[in-house]
Ligand binder design. Structure first.
Ligand SMILES: [Zn+2]
Length: 311
C-alpha cells in the first residue's frame, strides 16, 4: 500500500512513502479435489498475482497434475511443498481492464475436468507528470533522442540490448522461500511505477518501467530475495546494472549503481549487500531505479513486495 502525503507540495517535493500491508485481497475456491487461492494487492494493471493450489485435508491428489492456463497459455507451476503449488500471474500495465479467466484442467478417474475462474482486472491510476520546462543544455546527452550518437555509442547500445535479451531467457527453478523485501534501508519513492514523464517540452518519455527510490551515492542496496545474479555490468541507459534471477521467470533489476559486489553466476540471499546507489547511466541525480520483470512483463515492484506468498 502506498500512502501519499504532502499532496499540495510542488511536484518536485512530493514524496510517496511505502507502507507494508499484509491485508491482501484474495479469493478462495474450495473444490472437492483441491482448493484454489488467487491473491493480489489490488488486481490492477501492473500488479503481480499469486495463484496457489492447496491440497484439501484428507486428500492426496497429485497437485502437479493440475494444469493452469491464462489466456489459453499454460502457466508453469512450482511446488513449494507437497501440499502447495504456486504460480505467478503478472498483469501487464497495458492490459485492458475487464474480466479475464484462469483455466484449470485436470484428469481424475480417466475423466478430464475443466474449470474457469474469473478475475476482474481494474484500471490503475498511473500518473502523468508534466515537469517544468527543462533546459536541454543541462540534460545529460543520454536523455535526448535527437542527439547524434557516435557509431561506437550506437554499437554499445545495441550490444547492451543483446545482453539484456539473453539475460531474460534464463529459466531457473523457483528460489523463493520467503516473501520479497525492499532493496534499501529507507525506501522513499521519488517516482512511482508507470508514471509518464516529460523529458523535454514536446516529447513525452516512455512510461516509467520501475520505481525510483531516493538515496545518496554510496547508500547500500540489498537483494530483495534469494536468487542467482545473471547480470552485473555497465550498460548505456541503466548504468551499473544488476539483475537477479529468482527462478520461475521472476527477475529483480537494480540500476544506476556506483558500485557492485556481485557478478553473474553468484548466488545471493535475501538481504545480502549487492551494491551501492549511484548516478551512472541516464539519470539526473543519484537514486536506485528498481524494476521487476515476471514472465517478460514489467510490473510494479511494490505489488511484488506487498504480495504475501508464504503465510
Ligand atoms: Zn527510474
Amino acid at each position: 500500500m502506498i500512502s501519499i502525503f504532502s499532496q499540495n507540495a510542488p511536484a518536485k517535493d512530493r514524496r510517496y512513502v511505502f507502507k507494508k500491508s499484509n491485508k491482501n485481497k484474495q479469493t478462495v475456491y474450495r473444490e472437492s479435489d483441491y482448493t484454489l487461492l488467487i491473491r493480489g494487492n489490488k488486481f490492477r494493471q501492473g500488479d503481480l498475482l499469486l495463484v496457489k493450489l492447496i491440497q484439501n485435508k484428507g486428500l492426496s491428489y497429485d497437485l502437479s497434475k493440475i494444469k493452469l492456463f491464462w489466456n489459453g497459455k499454460k502457466l508453469k507451476t512450482s511446488g513449494i511443498d507437497k501440499n502447495h503449488y504456486i504460480t505467478f500471474l503478472p498483469l501487464p500495465p497495458e492490459i485492458e481492464p475487464g474480466i479475464y479467466e484462469i483455466g484449470l484442467h485436470y484428469l481424475k478417474n480417466k475423466n478430464f475436468y475443466y474449470k474457469y475462474y474469473a478475475i476482474q482486472v481494474k484500471k490503475a491510476p498511473f500518473q502523468v507528470r508534466r515537469t517544468r520546462r527543462i533546459n536541454p543544455l543541462k540534460l545529460s546527452p543520454r536523455f535526448s533522442p535527437e542527439q547524434k550518437l557516435s557509431e561506437e555509442t550506437v554499437a554499445f547500445i545495441q550490444k547492451c540490448e543483446q545482453i539484456k535479451k539473453e539475460v531474460y531467457l534464463s529459466d531457473s527453478p523457483l528460489m523463493v522461500n520467503e516473501n520479497f523485501g525492499m532493496p534499501l534501508n529507507k525506501n522513499i519513492i521519488n517516482s512511482p511505477f508507470y508514471i509518464k514523464r516529460y523529458y523535454s517540452a514536446n516529447s513525452a518519455g516512455k512510461p516509467h518501467s520501475g520505481v525510483d527510490l531516493k538515496g545518496r551515492v554510496g547508500d547500500p542496496i540489498f537483494a530483495i530475495q534469494n536468487g542467482k545474479v545473471v547480470l552485473s555490468s555497465s550498460m548505456y541507459f541503466e548504468g551499473l546494472f544488476t539483475v537477479i534471477d529468482h527462478g520461475h521467470k521472476i527477475f529483480s533489476l537494480y540500476m544506476h549503481q556506483s558500485k557492485t559486489y556481485v557478478k553473474a553466476g553468484d548466488f545471493v540471499k535475501k538481504g545480502d549487500l549487492i551494491g551501492r546507489i549511484g548516478k551512472s547511466g541516464r539519470v539526473t541525480g543519484p537514486h536506485l531505479h528498481w524494476g521487476m520483470k515476471v514472465n517478460d512483463v514489467l510490473i510494479d515492484p511494490l505489488s511484488v513486495v506487498n504480495l504475501m506468498i508464504f503465510d
